[in-house]
Ligand binder design. Structure first.
Ligand code: G3H
Ligand code: 13P
Ligand code: ZN
Length: 315
C-alpha cells in the first residue's frame, strides 16, 4: 500500500529511521519488497531523475504498482530523489508520487527558498509532501558535482528560517556525508553536533540524511577480488543510524550499497561460471542477496519489526 510520506514520518519521529532505497530495475524492486517484508519494515522507494530515464519514466511506476499487488502487506511511500523544478512538477502531476525532493541546494539561500516554495505550492494541494536541502553534500549528484572542499555543512542558524519561508515538509541536512562509494577521505565523520543544533531549532521536524551508504569493506574486497577496482572506498558507520534517529532523522538514503551488492553478485557469478551467459541465474542470486541486505539495513535503522504497529497507526 502506497502511503503519504509525512504519515510515515509522524510515526517514526524520534523512534526509528525509515530506509529510503533507490531502485532502477525489476530485480531491485523484487529484492526491495522481499527484504522489507522479511524484516517487517515500512520503507520509501526513491526514484531519481536518472532512474526515470534509464528505461522510461512509466516503467518503474508499472513495476511498483505490480509489486504492490504481489506484496499486498507492504507499506511504503514513493519519492522523487534529487528533483529539479521541472521533474518535481512532472511527478506531482503524475499522481503517483507520495513526495518529491526539490534539490536547489546549489543555489544561494534566497533562491533555494523561492524555488522550494514554488514546488511546495504545487505539491500541497495534491497532498504530496516536499523534501528540500540546505547545505551541500560532497560527491556526485545527478546534476551537480561537488568536491569535498566545496561541500558545505547545513548552517543550523539558517535551518528554521529556511523551513518557515519555504514551507517544506522535511529537510535534507549536510552533516558530513557524501554521495557515492568514496566518503570520508580524511578523518571526517558524522557531525552530530550540527544535527543536534538543527533539531533544537526545529523540534519534531523531520530531518533527512543523504549519502548514508556504509560501503561495507567485505563487499569492496569481494568486488576487488572478482576483478573490480574500488580502492579506498569508505562509507558511513550504520551503527550511528539509531543515534541519528533520536536526533530527528526520519529518512536515511541508501543507494550505493545496493549497487555494490549488484556488482559483487554479478562479478562473482561470472568469474565462477565463465561458461554462462544467461541473465536469470545471477539475477536470482541478486534478488535474494538484495533482500538480505535490505533486511540488515532495517535492523540498523530500527525500522525492522515496526510494520504491524505502523499498520495499526495508519488505520
Ligand atoms: O544521490 C543520488 C542517488 O544515489 C541516485 O543516483 O542519480 O545515479 O540515479 P543516480
Ligand atoms: P549513497 O550514495 O550514500 O547511497 O547516498 C544515496 C543518496 O543520498 C540518494 O539520494
Ligand atoms: Zn542524495
Amino acid at each position: 500500500m502506497i502511503v503519504p510520506t509525512n504519515e510515515l514520518f509522524k510515526i517514526a519521529y524520534g523512534k526509528f529511521a525509515i530506509g529510503a532505497y533507490n531502485i532502477n530495475n525489476l530485480e531491485q524492486c523484487m529484492g526491495l519488497f522481499r527484504g522489507n517484508l522479511d524484516s517487517q519494515a515500512p520503507f520509501i522507494i526513491q526514484i531519481s531523475k536518472g532512474a526515470r530515464s534509464y528505461t522510461h519514466k512509466t516503467m518503474l511506476e508499472g513495476l511498483i504498482r505490480s509489486a504492490e499487488q504481489v506484496f499486498p502487506e507492504a507499506i511504503f511511500a514513493v519519492h522523487l530523489d534529487h528533483g529539479d523544478e521541472e521533474t518535481c512538477y512532472d511527478c506531482i502531476d503524475s499522481g503517483f508520487y507520495s513526495s518529491v525532493m526539490i534539490d536547489a541546494s546549489h543555489e544561494d539561500f534566497d533562491t533555494n527558498i523561492a524555488v522550494t516554495r514554488r514546488v511546495v505550492e504545487a505539491a500541497h494541494p495534491k497532498n504530496i509532501s516536499v523534501e528540500a536541502e540546505l547545505g551541500q553534500l560532497g560527491g556526485v549528484e545527478e546534476h551537480v558535482s561537488v568536491s569535498e572542499a566545496d561541500a558545505k555543512l547545513t548552517d543550523p542558524a539558517q535551518a528554521r528560517e529556511f523551513v518557515e519561508r519555504s514551507g517544506c515538509d522535511s529537510l535534507a541536512c549536510a552533516i558530513g556525508t557524501s554521495h557515492g562509494a568514496f566518503k570520508f577521505s580524511g578523518t571526517q565523520g558524522l557531525h552530530f553536533d550540527v544535527l543536534q543544533e538543527i533539531q533544537k531549532r526545529l523540534p519534531e521536524f523531520p530531518l533527512v540524511m543523504h549519502g548514508s551508504s556504509s560501503v561495507p569493506q567485505e563487499e569492496v574486497e569481494r568486488i576487488n577480488q572478482a576483478g573490480g577496482n574500488l580502492q579506498g572506498a569508505k562509507g558511513v558507520d550504520a551503527d550511528q543510524f539509531k543515534q541519528a534517529a533520536r536526533t530527528g532523522v526520519v529518512k536515511v538514503n541508501i543507494d550505493t550499497d545496493g549497487r555494490l551488492v549488484w556488482t559483487r553478485v554479478h562479478r562473482e557469478y561470472f568469474v565462477e561460471h565463465p561458461e554462462n551467459f544467461d541473465l536469470r541465474p545471477p539475477g536470482k542470486v541478486f534478488m535474494s542477496e538484495y533482500a538480505k541486505f535490505i533486511a540488515g539495513k532495517n535492523e540498523k535503522l530500527g525500522s525492522a519489526g515496526t510494520l504491524p504497529n505502523v499498520r495499526k497507526q495508519l488505520a
